[in-house]
Design a protein around this ligand. Structure first.
Ligand SMILES: Cc1ncc(COP(=O)(O)O)c(C=O)c1O
Length: 416
């Protein structure tokens, strides 16, 4: 495997820890070392590892056959659960990853509007589709104007793709308004995540998201909410929590209960482009779409994630963010704690955090975070090497959070 791995997000210098098994909020590595897992396969395992009900459902389903060239009743059940839980989801289709979901949503918006361009935020990650990847992590030399960021493609993507992507600055309402207005006749969609991890989970300022909703509606631009990661924010999802109604949304991660999954969903009007009996057909195949093993794992997970389960987990998230803030205050360390719901992301800086560019100098590539990640591994905790980022799972309690904060305090003082 080039670079010794098959997924860049698990690379860790000089080599990663290899997992043997997971149970609840803990992972045991191949050498028998146990650690508390604050990454949960990058936020997807909201019930933790090997939840008994999920495991039982998967085993039962696998024994009955794992994939068919036919639909199964289970996909209807998961579709019904999600359409009844999220008000703006009238229709839904399943795929195998968040990247695919974003690609399908962009294609749907183009077919629906007859336009080509998309808008997205500088620094925001939306998976691997060429257009969605534009300017997901540009270096300062390539940034361009603050109010009109440059459109930078990834290696391997034709530069012509950049012409079809308008890059917006997060939290700068007026600049966004101008860029949307200036491209209104060409823009099929605005893709946005209400609390983008790639932008350090810097919260949207008051009125920022509603204003984007207003502007996109004014110009007939399809608003695509990428909830692949942030659907774990709340029982009805991230957009509901922020009081906005998108036209389309993409899901992934938690709705697959630990198995590969994605979904594109939204209003019946826009989703009609996928209806093979209608006029506008966006092709949507996929050998493993809605395979029943993924679907039963997702169903079991989402059924477990009741309002009460979300409330409890999000209260724990608040506790974690409070404890971290206290740690930084008590040790006189300049830091800010972002994140919401069951996620936290701490930045070791006192500078104003507004957009992707304000992360400069203490960004996800800073070696400080890599050093902290190694120290925490030593102390028995799994966090991201690209920022003090973690997410919680339901088997956790205050005890794991207290222990983490104590270990982080120790790790920080040793790295000073
Ligand atoms: C916001 C967001 N969108 C899309 C994706 C892509 O999802 P996947 O890794 O399932 O392709 C991710 C993955 O981390 C994500 O965080």
């Amino acid at each position: 495997m080039p670079g010794g791995n098959t997924r860049h997000s698990v690379a860790l210098a000089p080599y990663p820890v290899y997992a043997r098994s997971g149970s609840g909020c803990r992972i045991t590595d191949v050498e028998g070392e146990e650690r508390v897992d604050f990454l949960n396969n990058y936020t997807s395992l909201i019930l933790g590892h090997a939840h008994p009900q999920v495991t039982e459902a998967v085993q039962r389903r696998a024994a009955l056959g794992t994939a068919f060239t036919m639909p199964t009743p289970e996909e209807v059940e998961l579709a019904e659960l999600l359409t009844s839980r999220v008000a703006y989801v009238e229709q839904i289709r399943f795929c195998n990853s968040g990247s695919e979901a974003v690609m399908l949503a962009i294609k749907a918006a183009r077919a629906f509007t007859g336009r080509t361009k998309i808008a997205k935020f500088e620094g925001a990650y939306h998976g691997l589709y060429d257009y969605a990847e534009v300017s997901e992590g540009p270096t300062p030399d390539a940034w361009g104007e603050a109010d009109a960021p440059a459109s930078i493609t990834e290696p391997g993507t034709p530069e012509s793709v950049a012409r079809d992507v308008i890059v917006l600055p997060w939290n700068r309402s007026e600049a966004c308004r101008k860029l949307l207005e200036g491209n209104k006749d060409d823009l099929a969609a605005l893709v946005m995540d209400p609390m983008p991890l790639g932008i350090g989970m810097i919260a949207p300022g008051p009125g920022f998201l509603p204003r984007l909703r207003e502007e996109t509606a004014r110009y007939g631009i399809v608003l695509i909410a990428d909830e692949v990661l942030n659907f774990r924010l709340a029982y009805h999802g991230a957009c509901h929590a922020h009081g906005i109604t998108p036209d389309l949304a993409t899901f992934g991660k938690i709705i697959g209960g630990g198995f590969p999954v994605g979904a594109v969903a939204g209003s019946r009007r826009v989703m009609s482009v996928f209806d093979h009996t209608g006029a506008l057909k966006v092709h949507h195949g996929g050998t493993f779409n809605a395979n029943p093993v993924t679907i039963v794992a997702g169903l079991e997970t989402m059924r477990n994630m009741t309002r009460e389960a979300f409330d409890r987990l999000n209260r724990l998230g608040e506790y974690a963010r409070d404890r971290l803030r206290r740690l930084f205050r008590d040790t006189g360390r300049p830091a800010q704690v972002c994140g919401a719901g069951s996620m936290f992301l701490a930045h070791l800086t006192a500078e104003d955090l507004i957009d992707f560019r304000s992360l400069r100098g203490f960004s996800r590539t800073s070696p400080v975070y890599g050093g902290l990640c190694h120290k925490l591994l030593e102390y028995g905790f799994i966090l991201s090497p690209r920022g003090i980022f973690g997410c919680l799972s339901t088997p956790m309690s205050e005890a794991e959070l207290d222990a983490l904060v104590e270990a982080l305090g120790r790790a920080l003082s040793e790295l000073d």
